[in-house]
Design a binder for this molecule. Sequence first.
Ligand code: C5P
Length: 295
Amino acid sequence: MKHPIAIRCPAKVNLYLDLKGKRDDGYHEIRTVMQTVDLYDEIIIKESPREISMECDHAGLPTDERNLCWRAADALRHAAGVQRGVRIHLVKRIPIAAGLGGGSSDAAGVLRGLREMWAPDMSSRELDEIAAKIGSDIPFFLHGGTAFCTGRGETVRALPDAAAYAVIVVTPPIAVATPEVYASLDPLGAPPPVREEDFLRAVASGDPRKLGQELYNRLEANRGRHMGEVKKLKLFLMGHGALGASMSGSGPSVFGITKNLDEAQRIGRAIRKETGAGNFVHAGMTNIAAADRMR
Ligand code: C5P
């Protein structure tokens, strides 16, 4: 039996997200810059004789084949031609169905861990292909850091880590179904107010002021019931000194860029004091970078 492996699985925010229409397969063509942040789930994987089994400290999550971790383990085992099983222990800290990519990050963590355990010679390209079949965001989490993602989101181009930016992330207690958010949008609406080139220049500048001004997420135009709260939280963040604020993914999480970590923590305290007790709040940093630094 191999030793258990522990893996940290970071959350992400979408610094930029634009849509380029609906595809024949029902997905939307997107252009997004994703960024990992220092908020982590934790996974421990332990080899077992035959079955894939899973336990989780969060009662609301399925632990069978409906869970992306379970599917990731099954897909990797199949691709590697392995007959053994695995026990997956998942500690959840990233809010669920919140636009922070927690489930996708956990699945990517299982893929990274099981490749190390069962298929050390498997190429990164093959791992990327397995990841993309399970979910659009999973290839990004095999790499982490800052990346420009296109197609369904599964085509990942790493961007240089220009700087570590301070972020304040707030998640109101509203579960959001991503398919409904996409379905309620006009995929070919007006051109984005922020040009992609301008955004990429801002992210590369290392200047949090410039980045804050160029944040953009077209999914904010959806008509979901979470949008009232998203708008309120964005105004709250800006009113308390954030340099820019945006929704992450399909929401309901909102994040702000601040000039340093002290500022993010100060705004976090104000949110805890002045808004509903049900909000999840994380003050931290971006730029925790590539997968080999996630262990
Ligand atoms: O790929 P994933 O399972 O994470 O996507 C969840 C849902 O989000 C899809 O079933 C689809 O409704 C929507 N989606 C989309 N276009 C994308 C990514 C996701 O329409 N590029």
